[in-house]
Design a protein. Structure first.
Ligand SMILES: *Cc1c(COP(=O)(O)O)cnc(C)c1O
Length: 342
């Protein structure tokens, strides 16, 4: 047993911090092998692996939270397992069975229990399941060998100064994903496609970019690596599009919105509708909700402003979901899984 560690949990960034172990498993000769424990941060990889050449790679992101009752909880991990299978099927990789996914994430957390941040620090343990084509191939076709692994890393609170609205930049000269492409699955290629406009938005002074639908350039798609939502007239509205990645956070916020008496609509959201929202936000595992204060349209120079304080509904949605994850209120939808013995 390793000793306790001295980390300034409240000031950890959302970045990579080394932990003790990761878990790995290979798909070879048509079947998954044993789950192995490794203390190496490196992966030996064939130079002709399809992940490196043709982007056969998918990942997941979820968190383990130390609760008020000192128990460690995972949030809706079955949804991550399902989504990784969709991602795998979408680019012809071997999908990890749910049981393997479960065993891997639980083992990765337990082996690194000393890195689960204490309750009250705002920090959590981020889990990164990763699946990629590890077998060699030179022609463009799927690999016959795959590696599935899970590593974990403690991450700090997303908003150090509290839950504060951000400014984002609407772009028309880049698309994240094609209408019938891979936007709906969590594959690395989508992130590569979004890097240029995202970095440019940061250089322009914005927290993130807002992408439009790639076909007509009329409708809101995604807010960088997060789903978008707007709230008006007692309704939570989130875009419907084939190129949007189905966010588990968004799915959960839609349910909480219903629970607190909001109507929920999942439909196309035209650019013109943006200025009619009373509140707007981006949602995902990392921050739960990034409340949006301004949307700057890079090509017209126009800004839509929602204000410098998060809206009442956004705040309620955020605090409710957070309280469920931290075991502060009753988990009425059975979203959390308590990890015993840590
Ligand atoms: C992962 C991801 C999200 C957020 O999904 P969560 O399950 O809520 O973390 C949103 N958009 C994109 C493009 C993503 O990759």
């Amino acid at each position: 047993m390793k000793e306790n560690i001295d980390i300034d949990w409240g000031n950890l960034p959302f970045g990579y911090y080394p932990t003790d172990y990761n878990v790995r498993c290979y798909f070879r000769n048509g079947k998954w092998g044993e789950l192995e424990v490794s203390s190496s941060e490196y992966i030996p990889i064939h130079m002709a692996a399809t992940a490196l050449h043709y982007g056969q790679e998918a990942f997941e992101g979820l968190k383990a939270y130390r609760g008020k009752d000192d128990k460690v909880r995972l949030f809706r991990w079955e949804e991550n397992a399902k989504r990784m299978q969709h991602s795998a099927n979408g680019i012809l990789m071997a999908p990890p069975p749910k049981e393997l996914f479960e065993k891997a994430i639980k083992k990765a957390v337990k082996l690194n229990a000393r890195f689960v941040p204490p309750y009250g620090t705002g920090a959590s343990l981020y889990l990164r399941p990763l699946l990629f084509g590890s077998g060699p191939q030179v022609g463009v076709k799927p690999a016959t060998e795959y590696m599935f692994m899970v590593f974990v890393t403690p991450v700090g609170p997303y908003f150090k100064e509290g839950f504060k609205p951000v400014s984002i930049e609407l772009v028309r000269d880049f698309d994240r994903a094609a209408p019938l492409g891979t936007g709906h699955i969590k594959v690395g290629g989508n992130y590569a496609a979004g890097m240029y406009p995202s970095q440019r938005a940061h250089a322009d002074g914005f927290a993130s970019v807002l992408f439009l639908d790639a076909l007509e350039k009329k409708y809101i798609d995604e807010a960088g690596p997060a789903n978008f939502f707007g709230i008006k007239d007692g309704t939570y509205i989130t875009p419907q599009s084939k190129s949007i990645l189905p966010s588990i956070t968004n799915m959960s916020l839609e349910q909480i919105a219903k629970d607190i008496g909001l109507k929920v609509e999942r439909r196309r959201v035209a650019i013109e509708e943006l200025e009619t929202f009373e509140e707007a936000g981006a949602c995902g595992t990392a921050a739960i909700i990034s409340s949006i204060g301004n949307i700057y349209d890079r090509s017209t120079g126009k800004t839509i402003t929602y204000g410098d304080k998060p809206g009442a509904y956004s705040t309620k949605l955020y605090t409710t979901l957070r309280a469920i994850q931290q075991g502060e209120i009753e988990d009425t939808h059975n979203w959390t899984t308590v990890l015993e013995g840590i």
